[in-house]
Design a protein around this ligand. Structure first.
Ligand code: NCD
Length: 305
């Protein structure tokens, strides 16, 4: 690949990533170390119109470990959005103040709009229920680290497969790998959207079920029920607390299986599970640093640096 394949590229949807692209990021992330020169003088704008702890802080930390600067805000209420400014206008302004823009926004398609507006690279840090590509890259990094491979894994996704953007991106990414088996465990009202299921056809052997059966899985990817995305709060009340992984449920798992969760958790993983050797969700959150360092490096400097 030429330098230009990465330099200035947008990261909006995992659909734009080939297997080779994913492997490039994971490889780069595995070898990256803090560097006082790499991003010196560069500015990352961090525009979070929706709450975030991990994604926002790990992007900022990743940038600062490469000695770039960070500007931005962590709520639409403190930006000019509160005065009625459109996203496109905000992006046009911020483009003049920075070298790369990280944006999280409640509307699906907002990151694509931002990328179409700006000439500098835009990274989607989550657009509504749609996509969360950088979370997927760190999920894959964690799987490779603890399962030793991605090809051939049996992956269970548990919880809100309808509104959870992390599982949408991850399911698409897994179609780039070989012999993946996917068990989609959700209440009937929170099944994986048909558009994602269509992508799996012919590429991934998958099964949908309601029962919390984790036997035989290599990876259990647990998600929070996305309360804020339900049009009707009564529908949320009906499904909240459906699945709880506690120490007893975790006994279904083999010793080498891993439990992942993009976090934050509400009640779907009991804290007693944290001490089990299979619990890798805090390690997963840590992977946000090398993966986002690698991405910033690739987008701002290209592959050969
Ligand atoms: C996820 C998100 O924002 O989609 N969190 C994250 O980025 N780690 C998952 C969630 O909010 O449930």
């Amino acid at each position: 690949m030429t330098d230009q394949h990465w330099k200035n590229r947008d990261v909006i949807s995992i659909h734009d990533f080939s297997r080779e692209d994913i492997e490039t990021v994971l490889h780069e992330a595995a070898g990256i170390v803090p560097n006082p020169d790499l991003l010196r003088g560069r500015v990352m704008a961090s525009l979070f119109f929706e709450p975030s702890t991990r994604t926002q802080l790990s992007f900022a930390s990743a940038c600062e470990r490469l000695v770039g600067q960070v500007i931005g805000f962590s709520s639409g209420e403190v930006s000019s959005k509160a005065k009625g400014e459109t996203l496109a206008d905000t992006i046009r302004m911020v483009e003049g103040y920075s070298d790369v823009i990280v944006v999280r926004h409640p509307l699906e398609g907002s990151a694509r709009l931002a990328a179409d507006t700006a000439d500098i690279p835009v990274i989607n840090a989550g657009d509504g229920a749609n996509q969360h590509p950088t979370q997927t890259l760190l999920d894959l990094f964690t799987m490779e680290k603890f399962s030793g491979k991605i090809d051939g894994l049996s992956v269970g996704m548990v919880g809100d497969l309808r509104y959870g953007r992390t599982v949408h991106s991850l399911a698409t990414a897994l179609t780039r790998f070989k012999r993946i088996k996917l068990r989609l465990i959700s209440p009937p009202t929170l099944r994986m959207p048909p558009s994602v299921l269509r992508e799996l056809e012919g590429k991934i052997e998958y099964a949908e079920q309601e029962e919390l059966d984790l036997t035989g899985l290599d990876v259990v990817y647990v998600t929070r029920i996305q309360k804020e995305r339900f049009p009707d709060i009564e529908e949320y009340e009906k499904v909240k607390g459906t699945y709880v992984i506690n120490a007893e449920v975790a006994q279904q798992l083999s010793p080498t299986a891993i439990i992942l969760h993009p976090l934050p958790r509400v009640d779907e993983i009991h804290p007693e599970v944290d001490a089990l050797p299979q619990a890798k969700y805090f390690e997963q959150a840590k992977a946000g640093i090398p993966v986002r360092m690698a991405l910033l490096k690739l987008l701002l400097l290209g592959e050969d640096r």
